[in-house]
Design a protein around this ligand. Structure first.
Ligand code: CP
Length: 361
C-alpha cells in the first residue's frame, strides 16, 4: 500500500461517506457547546498552512482552530515570501513542509493541486480550495450552519446565485447536499456564469431536482436557503469579461421582502457588492455566523484527522494514461509536468483524477 493510502486526507468531501461528515458535524456541535473541554486535545501537534492564494476566513479559522486545540502552526500566507518565489515546485514544497508538520492545509490557485500534493506529502493534506474546483472545508462550514440554523439537512430548497461557473464553494456544496434526502437546487446565474456541464451531468445522473433561472426576484420566494456568491474576478481571462458580469446580482432589502420569513442567507465571503450592507441587520442574514461556525467544524476536522477516525478513502481510483492530457487547461497536470496522468473511466471519455474534468480521447 502506498503511504498516501494510509492517510485521512480531505481532498473532496464526497470521498467520504455521509456518516463521516455527520460525525464531524456532531463533534463540531459538541466543541462549540464546550470549547474549553478541547483546549489541550492537540497538545504538541503542528499544523502547516500553505496559502498560495489570499484568504482571511479559511486561513485564520484553521489557525485559530489549531491554537484553540492546544497545537501550534507554521506556514506562509504569501508564496512570494517562500522559496516558491525561487521556482520551487509544488511537490518539493509540500514534501518538505509535510515532513515538519503533522497536518497540512493548502490553498492553491490551480485545479487539482490538493490531490497532487497528497500524492507525495508525508502527512495528511486538507484542501483549503484548489482553483475553481473544490473547497470542502467551506462545505463543512456550510453544512454545520445549515444543521445548526435550519435544524436538518433534509428537504431544503437551496438557491445558488452569482458565479456558479467559478465558485468552488458552490460546486462542493451542491455535491454534498446531493447526498441528503429531498434537496432541491435553484441555479440563479447569467448564461456565461452557469454551473459547469460536468456538475449538471452529475445532478442529472443522480436524478436530482434542479432548475435554472436568470432573475433572483423570480426564485427567492421559494427558497429555504439563498447561497450568494461573489463574481470571481481573479478567474476571468480579461477585465472586460469580468466587467460584463460585475453587479449582475445584488441582494438588497427590497428583494429580501420577497423571501420567506425563515429563509436564511449564506455567503462564503468575501463579498464585493452582491449583498448590500443594509441586509446585514436582517435576522435572516447568516453569513457572519457562518464564518464562525467554520472555526468549530475545522477544530472537529483537525481532531478527526489527527486521531485517524475514519477509513482513508482511495486517493487514486483509476489508472495512469501516459499519452492522454487532461482537457482542462487549468488542471495542475499542465503546470507540474512530473505528475502521472491519472484518469478514471474507460472508453472514449476519461475523467481526470485531479480536477474531475472530462477528456474525450
Ligand atoms: N470563504 C472563504 O474561503 O474565505 P477566504 O477566501 O477569506 O478564506
Amino acid at each position: 500500500m502506498s503511504d498516501y493510502a494510509r492517510r485521512l486526507n480531505l481532498i473532496d468531501l464526497n470521498d467520504y461517506p455521509v456518516s463521516w461528515w455527520n460525525g464531524l458535524l456532531e463533534l463540531a456541535h459538541e466543541i462549540l457547546s464546550a470549547p474549553q473541554d478541547y483546549a489541550k486535545a492537540c497538545d504538541g501537534c503542528i499544523m502547516g498552512t500553505l496559502f498560495y492564494e489570499p484568504s482571511t476566513r479559511t486561513q485564520m479559522s484553521f489557525q485559530t482552530a489549531m491554537l484553540r486545540l492546544g497545537g501550534t502552526i507554521i506556514g506562509f500566507d504569501n508564496p512570494a515570501t517562500s522559496s516558491v518565489a525561487k521556482g520551487e515546485n509544488l511537490k518539493d514544497t509540500t514534501k518538505i513542509v509535510s515532513g515538519y508538520a503533522d497536518i497540512m492545509v493548502m490553498r492553491h490557485p490551480v485545479e487539482g493541486s490538493a490531490k497532487a500534493a497528497a500524492l507525495t506529502a508525508e502527512c495528511p493534506i486538507i484542501n483549503a480550495g484548489d482553483g475553481g474546483h473544490l473547497h470542502p472545508t467551506q462545505t463543512l462550514t456550510d453544512l454545520l450552519t445549515l444543521k445548526e440554523e435550519k435544524g436538518s439537512l433534509e428537504n431544503l430548497t437551496i438557491g445558488f446565485c452569482g458565479d456558479l461557473k467559478n465558485g468552488r464553494t458552490v460546486h462542493s456544496l451542491i455535491k454534498a447536499m446531493s447526498c441528503y434526502k429531498g434537496s432541491r437546487f435553484v441555479l440563479i446565474s447569467t448564461p456565461d456564469l452557469g454551473l459547469p456541464a460536468y456538475m449538471k451531468d452529475m445532478l442529472a445522473a443522480d436524478g436530482l431536482s434542479y432548475k435554472e433561472v436568470s432573475r433572483l426576484e423570480d426564485a427567492i420566494g421559494e427558497l429555504d436557503v439563498l447561497y450568494m456568491t461573489r463574481i470571481q474576478q481573479e478567474r476571468f481571462a480579461s477585465e472586460e469579461e469580468y466587467l460584463a458580469q460585475k453587479g449582475a446580482y445584488i441582494l438588497d432589502k427590497e428583494k429580501m421582502k420577497l423571501a420567506k420569513p425563515d429563509m436564511i442567507v449564506l455567503h462564503p465571503l468575501p463579498r464585493v457588492d452582491e449583498i448590500a450592507i443594509e441586509v446585514d441587520d436582517d435576522p435572516r442574514a447568516m453569513y457572519f455566523r457562518q464564518a464562525r461556525y467554520g472555526m468549530f467544524v475545522r477544530m472537529a476536522l483537525i481532531l478527526t484527522v489527527l486521531h485517524k477516525n475514519g477509513t482513508p478513502p482511495a486517493l487514486i481510483r483509476g489508472r495512469e494514461h501516459k499519452s492522454v492530457k487532461c482537457s482542462n487547461p487549468r488542471c495542475i497536470t499542465h503546470r507540474e509536468q512530473y505528475l502521472p496522468h491519472f484518469f478514471e473511466g474507460s472508453g472514449d471519455i476519461l475523467t481526470c483524477e485531479y480536477c474531475d474534468q472530462r477528456t474525450l480521447i
